[in-house]
Design a protein around this ligand. Structure first.
Ligand code: FES
Length: 112
């Protein structure tokens, strides 16, 4: 995984457990999720169409986000779609929440 530098995008209290946030780093839209205190960061744009995954339903028990447009569920740990119609994974990015600050580092593998 190629990793760009860390970027501060907010504070942990801005994304309570069970919630999501959309942030932009450069021209990349990212979705940040708080799953019972554990944070994940993936591409915000669904690989099937242009839906914003941060607007989807978060399944904290299975660590999945369900796309709000056609319902594909993506695994927040791997980015892999677990249901159709999406077949391509989203990128999973590094995220760090030490000191209460949310920082992300882009996984630039495959990004233009
Ligand atoms: S846009 Fe996400 S499943 Fe179609």
């Amino acid at each position: 995984m190629r990793v760009a530098s860390w970027v501060e995008v907010g504070r942990v209290e801005q994304v309570p457990p069970g919630h999501a946030a959309r942030v932009e780093v450069g021209d990349v839209a990212l979705a940040i999720f708080n799953v019972d205190g554990e944070f994940f960061c993936i591409d915000d744009t669904c690989t099937h169409a242009e839906a914003s995954l941060s607007d989807g339903d978060l399944d904290t028990a299975r660590c999945l986000i369900e796309c709000p447009l056609h319902g594909s569920a993506f695994d927040l740990r791997t980015g892999e779609p677990r249901s159709l119609p999406a077949v391509e994974p989203v990128h999973v990015h590094h995220i760090d929440t030490s000191d209460g600050v949310i920082r992300v580092a882009l996984n630039t593998e495959g990004l233009a």
